[in-house]
Design a protein around this ligand. Structure first.
Ligand code: PTJ
Length: 248
């Protein structure tokens, strides 16, 4: 069925379609469907738009990525289905490495995600390696690539499960997450949390990084220093409360 562009839920239905296609083509896990549903519910609550506080988080995240020495973008089955071209463009504009890291272990899915990113324009995509592990993690996501997440100073993990965010921070990394749920463990454990839909946040990150290329380092350092993640999460919750109040 073709979804008309005029449909009031066009963006949401298209995203759902991308996830369904991701599952059918073996890129996204079945668990990814549940994650998408949870995300959609929170997107309703934030008003399906990039909020003021999310814009502030995007500014800080772009500065952190841009000034990083070895930034890495971590890709799972949902991120690969929802924003492959945008994530590849982000990786070349920072520039940052791309690494596939999935929660539901499957070598086949790792390879299919890598191929999907290459088809979307990526030149190089790293895969986790069973001989390289990060500490403080039991799940499949403890395996990382030696050239990628293992030695990264900043890791961008759109749409994450909380355990790994916490472990990456304990491993001394600065972690940026995109999570529509401001109450999630990843949201609370990350260095910078962008409470927004990955489909809106990544294009804005690309735009902001382009703007920063004309900026100076001191100004960007100031943006990072002035950023307070707890405050941004509180603001996100306030925005949700305001939206709930409106519907009464
Ligand atoms: O491909 P794999 O095996 O690595 O699996 C990926 C998922 C996402 C299934 C896995 O990491 C997982 O189970 O994640 P969780 O614990 O369900 O967390 C996903 C979080 O992402 C939830 O807090 C959702 O609200 C949020 N979320 C879902 N869709 C979006 C989103 N955040 C931003 N943009 C979205 N489109």
């Amino acid at each position: 069925m073709k979804i008309p562009k005029s449909h009031p839920r066009y963006a949401s239905l298209m995203a759902r379609r991308s996830i369904e296609r991701g599952v059918r083509t073996g890129i996204t896990s079945l668990g990814g469907l549940a994650a998408q549903g949870r995300g959609e519910a929170f997107d309703y609550l934030i008003g399906e738009k990039t909020t003021k506080s999310a814009k502030k988080s995007i500014e800080a995240a772009a500065a952190l990525l841009f000034l990083a020495k070895n930034p890495v973008i971590s890709i799972n089955g949902n991120a690969a289905a929802l924003a492959p071209k945008e994530l590849v463009e982000l990786s070349s504009s920072v520039p940052a490495k791309l690494e596939v890291d999935i929660f539901h272990a499957s070598k086949g899915r790792e390879i299919r995600i890598k191929k999907h990113l290459i088809r979307s324009g990526a030149k190089k995509v790293l895969l986790p390696d069973k001989n390289t592990k990060i500490k403080y993690l039991e799940s499949n996501r403890k395996y990382v690539n030696k050239e990628g997440i293992y030695r990264a100073d900043v890791v961008f993990v759109p749409l994450e499960d909380g355990d790994r965010t916490e472990a990456l921070v304990k491993n001394g990394k600065k972690v940026i997450v995109v999570d529509l749920n401001p109450l999630s463990r990843s949201a609370r454990k990350a260095t910078i949390t962008i409470v927004d839909n990955i489909t809106r946040a990544v294009p804005l990150l690309i735009k902001t990084i382009k703007r920063y290329k004309k900026s100076n380092e001191i100004r960007l350092q100031k943006i990072i220093k002035g950023y307070n993640n707890k405050k941004m999460l509180k603001e996100a919750l306030k925005e949700i409360n305001k939206n709930l109040g409106r519907s009464k």
